[in-house]
Design a protein around this ligand. Structure first.
Ligand code: ZN
Ligand code: ZN
Length: 296
């Protein structure tokens, strides 16, 4: 079984009242609506594995970012590993988008010259609710999967406020981790960008979410992650993500990350409920065609 067996046909999944959902690869999504555009963990650079492992500094691919991303009102950063935060300074600088993330993420923004007024450091212990255009967002304290040697979070700790740009891959420290409940009218999306969770923090309003965007990378490091996450969120539809090999360019055929085990994922989802629809989105670095934009 392969993610493409569950793939939605268009470049963008259409929700109610002009809501568009585009998968950018890894944990990255773009939510478009007549009332604003939201990005979550946008990562377009997709630095090569050899470059990443070379211990040299890695730089955002500004041309790739600009080809893929147009306007943005806000960027939500789930944690500050390179594949979640690295492209956000450039996007925020170009679009003026407000950045919501951990202190580690906002330190990176400040080091890149973004003004404090464009940044909100989220509380790592309490849920935070705010609005961006037509979207109501709740940032939910969460956890990163512990898959490094010794069952640890890889690259733990914070990016310091004194960091020197550009960073090496290993200097993108994890920082505090957040999931996001995004409400668009009565349509609800829950984004969980790392395969771990804190059940107690997940708000009751997340229950029955219309779309659950859930990371499946390194999920076997977390005991019964899929079953626990689905039991906590009880979604109508689950959109697995972060299964693409992010060290490979987006215009090449996708490779899956090791241990994606998509068939087992579907079994685990069905163990919780046979009523949950599994949906995957194509990895799209091209802006959606106008035709799709005008679809009801
Ligand atoms: Zn991570
Ligand atoms: Zn990641």
């Amino acid at each position: 079984m392969h993610p493409r067996d569950f793939q939605h046909g268009g470049e963008t999944w259409r929700g109610p009242r002009g809501l568009g959902v585009r998968w950018l690869g890894t944990a990255g999504f773009e939510l478009t609506s007549p009332g604003g555009t939201l990005l979550i963990d946008p990562y377009l650079t997709r630095v090569g594995l050899l470059r990443f492992l070379s211990r040299r500094r890695i730089t955002p691919d500004e041309a790739a970012i600009d080809r893929a991303i147009g306007h943005a009102d806000a960027i939500l950063v789930g944690h500050s590993h390179f594949d979640h935060v690295m492209d956000t300074p450039h996007i925020a600088r170009r679009t003026g988008a407000h950045v919501y993330g951990s202190r580690s993420a906002t330190n990176l923004m400040l080091a890149n010259g973004l003004p404090e007024t464009q940044l909100t450091a989220l509380d790592s212990a309490e849920r935070t609710t705010f609005e961006v255009g037509s979207f109501k967002i709740t940032a939910v304290p969460s956890e990163h999967s512990r898959f490094a040697i010794g069952s640890k979070v890889p690259y733990p700790g914070d990016i310091p406020c004194t960091c020197e740009i550009d960073l090496k891959g290993s200097e993108y420290r994890c920082g505090s981790v957040f999931s996001f409940l995004i409400e668009y009218g009565d349509f609800r999306i829950y984004h969980m960008g790392s395969a771990n969770l804190v059940e107690d923090q997940i708000p009751s309003d997340a229950k029955g979410a219309d779309l659950f965007l859930v990371c499946i990378a390194a999920r076997f490091a977390t005991e019964r992650f899929v079953q626990r996450a689905l039991t906590a969120v009880e979604p109508k539809r689950v959109v697995p993500m972060h299964y693409d090999n992010m060290f490979r360019a987006a215009d090449k055929p996708m490779w899956l990350l090791p241990r994606t085990a998509f068939g087992r994922l579907v079994d685990d989802i069905q163990e919780v409920s046979k009523d949950i629809e599994v949906l995957t989105l194509p990895l799209s670095h091209t802006k959606p065609p106008l035709l799709l934009e005008s679809k009801p």
